[in-house]
Design a protein around this ligand. Sequence first.
Ligand SMILES: C[S@@+](CC[C@H](N)C(=O)[O-])C[C@H]1O[C@@H](n2cnc3c(N)ncnc32)[C@H](O)[C@@H]1O
Ligand code: SF4
Length: 379
Amino acid sequence: MDESAGGPVSSLYAHVPFCARKCGYCAFYSEPSDGGLRARYVKALIREMESVAPALRPETVFFGGGTPTLLNLRQWEAIFDAMGRLGLLGAAEWTVECNPATLSLDKARLLRSAGVNRASLGVQSLDPQMLERLGRVHTRPMVFDSFDILRRAGFENVNLDLMFAIPGQTVRAWRRTLDEAIALGSEHLSSYEVIYEEDTPLYAELQAGRFAVDEDLACAMYEELLERAAQAGLEQYEIANFARPSFACRHNVNYWRAGSFYGLGPSATSYVRGARTRNWSNTRLYCERLEAGKPAVESREELPPLARAGEAAAFGLRLVAGWPFDEFRRTTGHDLRVEWAADMRRLVEQGWGRLSPHRFQLTPAGLRFADSAAQMFLR
Ligand SMILES: C[S@@+](CC[C@H](N)C(=O)[O-])C[C@H]1O[C@@H](n2cnc3c(N)ncnc32)[C@H](O)[C@@H]1O
Ligand code: SF4
């Protein structure tokens, strides 16, 4: 039975809220921690898994963070044992985010043997100066070592995360990182323009006028990215995501297509049958709640159907394929050509949208500014 009709949810995210050190730009919930808190977190996560397992049959699993590879071998084994007992193993796509400073061959082999078949490596840059600017814990040689480790452990689906428009980065330096990253021959590439998130040290520097944002330079870097990815056979399927044929990330495509998912761990959100819940962004509190046999949910929101459809429209337009009209109607119960006709027309006139008989999608120019375009679809 399909999940929308009340069957099991097929997508599972687990948030691992630990990092060796916080990067200057990052607003994801994570913190440096001691071994005690990590052990406590693993037990709490397993409890939370037990609570949702009856409603889950994962086709995609994603362990993100934070830094999942900070968990040690014993902790991973405990997670895998629990997943086996709960019938959560065997997903077609199972990703774990890996930080190059925290990956050993033993750990990579253990992950692979449990069924993890996709690794996402947080490279960000191959330029030592940029790595330092970003406050990364890893070095350039660690990237090459960890990529090699992943291949030796049998990972045939590897993503590399890069960032561009880093303060102080030149187009030339970006080109060098791109070329070297692409030469590794990964199956997938994610490449994000730096976002200045409030409450981060990088944002504070920007506010203090220590550097300025150069939009033209960022555009030139994005153009460079599109060109080099295409030359290398990495097809763009989302604003920031590129893949070899059949290697698009199924788990993330489900988000963009407004599918349901369970999110476990501190700060994680779930979206199940139209209701969005969010866990506490506090690892100690998260553990206390689960130890007391209570859910770790901080908030719950259920949007009216039209608002939900508007969000779905906005998310899905991030995909190069845009929204096929029949799929949108199946997913949301609404028709893009009815409620959003004027918005689509406006985007077409602006050169940001393309309307064909069966779908609406953003043009390359529109994709560059997808966040502004998407705003128009919210209700
Ligand atoms: C949640 S992070 C987790 C990856 C892993 N912890 C690591 O950094 O090695 C996923 C990716 O989001 C991107 N990211 C995080 N914060 C960002 C920001 N402020 N602007 C742009 N990209 C960001 C980075 O490329 C990062 O690899
Ligand atoms: S970017 Fe990754 S490693 Fe850096 S603080 Fe964020 S989650 Fe941690």
